[in-house]
Structure formats: structure tokens, C-alpha cells
Design a protein around this ligand. Sequence first.
Ligand SMILES: NC(=O)c1ccc[n+]([C@@H]2O[C@H](COP(=O)([O-])OP(=O)(O)OC[C@H]3O[C@@H](n4cnc5c(N)ncnc54)[C@H](O)[C@@H]3O)[C@@H](O)[C@H]2O)c1
Length: 404
Amino acid sequence: VSASAGTAELAGAAVRLAQAAEYMPVLAAIRRDFASGAPLAGQRVALCGHVTAEGAVQVQTLQELGARVVWCASSTSTTDSGIVELARRFGVIVHGSRGMSEDDLRRGAGAALQAWPDGPTLVLDEGAVLISALHGDLAGVPAPVLAAEKTPDGLAVLGRLGPLRFPVIKSDESFGKAAVDNPHGTAQSLVETIMAVSRRLLAGKVFVVAGYGRVGSGVAAKARGLGARVIVTEIDPVRALLAVLDGFEVRPMGEAAVVGDFFCTVTGASAVIRREHFLVMKSGAVVANGGHRPWEIDLADLYALSARRESAPDGVAILDFPDGRHLQLIGDGHIANLTAGRGNVSEVMDVTFASQVLALQVALHRAADLPPGLHPLPPACDEYVAAALAAALGIDLSAGHDDG
Ligand SMILES: NC(=O)c1ccc[n+]([C@@H]2O[C@H](COP(=O)([O-])OP(=O)(O)OC[C@H]3O[C@@H](n4cnc5c(N)ncnc54)[C@H](O)[C@@H]3O)[C@@H](O)[C@H]2O)c1
């Protein structure tokens, strides 16, 4: 990269950071309300997350609250290289590059955890990458005082890990994730990406959503709003019933695969769409994964059955089958809205990142009383986020009495 290209990249990243910060009012409120008291002074934070402009606003907030931060990428495919350089300029070590391997990802996490001789005091995790390492290869690193995990997949991993060495706050189970990020922000950006990248009309088509959780219910509602006929696949009877009560058809993937024009997986589980489904799908069907990890669509099966066309447009792989059919795979089966689209909007990441920062800040002063293991997010965090977001939307929460 030439010096001038580097400067242009940095300038572009600075613009993206400023734009993101403008639309992240809850983190701004946290900085306004708490930075002067430096509640995280002296804390060493190891942060695992997507290296994006919005992530950088979270990092800067942690710094303004007094913490030092080391940041490692949570995904091989989403790092913004300009933001990496910019973050380094404001004193943050970043381990991550776009297109890195899974091994590089693990090495970056290891480097983040070993950045300080005494280890991090606080861990903000995504997909339990850091917390798992602290219970595996890096069990020798001193235990942090507190950690927070912000994905359901990560919490599932922690549930299987056995006894934990330190308290972990389930920041995934926040009001912001349940009510704002997943059903609205993520769903909006997934549907938008699928439409834009495939260049196909949704109205009248059969749109199959795998998983009717927080994201899937939002994807289903938004696809229906655009005129698609939506089929849901679910393994949990409660969620399946909710989908039926919301007016959606619920069918097994084996049946949905035959009729679907669009497929979007948002389960967190692996091989939700696999060999037997690829074999019966319609030619031209669009397949996208919205889950955090690239295993919901069985790529080994798909690549074994088909050949990748050379001239595929950006963000799409066209896969030709020997029987003459082809499929459109978005973002190579990685998290589609971040890999092939423009990602979640800043306002949404604001809510999720704010819950994570507050989880540490609120729980820190009583961390000594928290036994190792998983803990709910303190209710004060949800209340703060909801009030700050309502204020940003111009909603008046006062009782509204007029004494005059
Ligand atoms: N794309 C993004 O920007 C983004 C944002 C937030 C979350 N996520 C990811 O999306 C995924 C879903 O998140 P969520 O918050 O909706 O989780 P969730 O736990 O609320 O929902 C997942 C649903 O999938 C169902 N499910 C599990 N295995 C299934 C299978 N084999 N077939 C059909 N259904 C199955 C579960 O019963 C559950 O109802 C996770 O991987 C999460 O990390 C992505």
C-alpha cells in the first residue's frame, strides 16, 4: 500500500467513524454521564468483536471511561482495514484483517489475552472466543475480574464449557438485543442485503427463514412486509407455535427446500441446510446465512455437489450443479449482512454495545460478590439503555401532568 493510499484509507475510516458516532446516542449518553468519574480507570479490557466503525465507537467509549483496550476480530470476514489503522492511532492494539484464517483469528484472540503480563481485568466477548481460550489453551492467564458475552452462540458454548473461572454477565440477554438489535436492526440489514446482492424481487416469492428466534422472527416479518410468502422452519415447539400464531407457515426444511426462492438461516446451529436440501432446491434459489458463524449452510456438501462459476457478481457465488440447476450463495455462507452487505446500522450496534459496556460498569463494583459462572444482566442496564434511546427518539417519558 502506498503512503497516499494509506492516508486516503485512514481519512475514509475517520469519516466512517464520525458517521457511526453521530448515530450512536446511547454510547454518547454513557460518555456524557459517566466519563468524568472514570469508572473503568485502571481496567485492562480484552475485547473480541467485529472490527468496524461502530466497534471503534465502543472502544473509544471504554477508553473515555478510563480503560485500556486490546481488540481482536470475532470474524475472519468483516474487518475494516481502515478502522484497524485508525484504532492503532488512538492507542488500541488491534488483531485482525479481512480474509484472515480461522487459525489467525484464534492467534489474535490469544495475543489479546496475553497483551498484559497479568492478563486483562475485563473481557468483552463475542462467540465466547476469549472466554473459551481462558478455559483451554490459555488457562494459565490470570482470570479477569468480570466478563460479558453478547451472542446466543457464545452463551451456548459457555453452557457446555463446565465450571467457569470467573463471573460472566449474559449481555446477550438484554432488552436491546431482544427488542431492537435482532428483530429490527439485524433483520432489516439481512433482508436489505439479500435483496440488493441477489437483485431479485421479494414480492410473491417463497422466502424460507430457518429459526424463529429473535432475528428470525424479524426477518420473517420484514420479508412478509415486502410481499414474500414466508415459510418458517423451527426445532423448538414453543418458537414454532409462536410463528404459527404470528400467521406463518411452519414446515420442515426437507419440504421448504423444494419450494423456496430465498433461504435465510438464523439459528446458530450447524448444517441447517445440507446435501439433501441442495439436491432438491429450485434453480436460481438464493441462499444466505445470517447466523454468527459460517456453518449453518453446509459448505462442504455444497462445494462437493457443485462448481463455482468464475464470473459471479460481487458478494454472490453462483454454484452450478451437474443437472443444470444453479444456486446463488451470498457472502460465501458467512454472516451475510456483514460480509456481503453494509452491516447493521450504527443505531442498532449502539444499543447492543451500550448494554455490554454497562454490564461491566454496573457489575464491576460488586464483582467481588459475584461467584464464577453465568449471571443475568443487571436490570439497571436495560433501564438506562431504554431511557437513553427513548430520549434520542424524542419521546417524553414524564407523566405529562399540566398543573396550569
Ligand atoms: N447477522 C447479524 O448481524 C446478527 C445479529 C445478531 C445475531 N446474529 C446471529 O443470528 C443467530 C440467531 O440469533 P438469535 O438471537 O435469533 O438466536 P435465538 O436463540 O433467539 O434464535 C435461534 C432460533 O433458531 C432455532 N433453531 C436452532 N436450531 C435450528 C434448526 N436446526 N432448524 C431450525 N431452527 C433452529 C432455535 O430453536 C431458536 O428459536 C445467532 O447465530 C446469532 O449470533 C446475527
